[in-house]
Ligand binder design. Structure first.
Ligand SMILES: *Cc1c(COP(=O)(O)O)cnc(C)c1O
Length: 223
């Protein structure tokens, strides 16, 4: 594994995809998803220009955070969060990407002493195995979610099905972007909805075409 070469490649590819989409490369933040590697390897990314670290599990998030918290890193919890684990992790999270129920939002509201930036996870493809709100469900719950003033709903997060082809990916990302705009236009104070968390190693190019502002990339760094 050549970390330096992989990192340069990821940064360069994301910049190129941004330019192809007529977007400023600076408008796309790259989250290095470090779940495949130990703390030492994660730390080695920092001098290479990585400023965002993402983990999908609470225990691994806390392990990396405790060791690397003195570095200038923005911390992303990107995976499913059980309600009983909210209080041990949420104080250290800068962005939580997988808010997928009203009950979880209420628990976050209860357990935090500062405003937490959250992405609402949507399941646009309707795939059974995926977490997230359906479009209809989310639109119906917005008034209840909006009452939770310790949460800033920065945007939507989605994960495309593993087997999706390029056309399906584009459909999913496009629909997510349209739903983001629909919610943003409601101008709800704690729902700025300016961000989109979409795109992983295999589909970040398509995601950037449809407005992604945070790509979550693991494999491409560590292969
Ligand atoms: C692992 C993971 C990623 C990164 O996936 P890669 O295919 O390794 O780039 C992104 N998002 C979530 C939620 C993940 O769990």
């Amino acid at each position: 594994m050549d970390l330096k070469k992989n990192t340069e490649f990821v940064f360069q590819q994301v910049a190129e995809a941004s330019r192809e989409a007529n977007r400023d490369p600076a408008s796309v933040s790259i989250i290095a998803v470090t779940k495949y590697v130990n703390v030492k390897t994660a730390e080695a990314l920092l001098p290479l220009g990585v400023h965002h670290i993402g983990e999908n599990r609470v225990d691994k998030f806390l392990e990396k955070y405790q060791t690397l918290k003195e570095f200038p890193v923005t911390w992303h919890l990107i995976g499913t969060l059980q309600r009983r684990k909210v209080k041990e992790v949420i104080p250290f999270v800068d962005y939580f990407h997988a808010l997928d129920s009203l009950k979880l939002a209420q628990e976050i509201q209860k357990r935090t002493d500062h405003v937490i930036k959250c992405f609402l996870q949507v399941n646009i493809s309707g795939e059974e195995s995926k977490h997230g709100f359906s479009k209809e469900e989310l639109l119906e719950l917005l008034p209840d979610l909006a009452q939770l003033d310790q949460i800033e709903y920065v945007g939507l997060m989605t994960m495309a099905p593993f087997e999706a082809d390029s056309d399906e990916l584009k459909q999913i990302f496009k629909k997510t972007q349209e739903l983001q705009a629909e919610i943003r236009e409601k101008q709800i104070p704690n729902m700025p909805m300016t961000e989109l968390s979409m795109g992983m190693s295999r589909d970040y190019k398509e995601a950037i075409q449809f407005g992604s502002t945070f790509v979550r990339i693991g494999t491409a760094f560590f292969k």
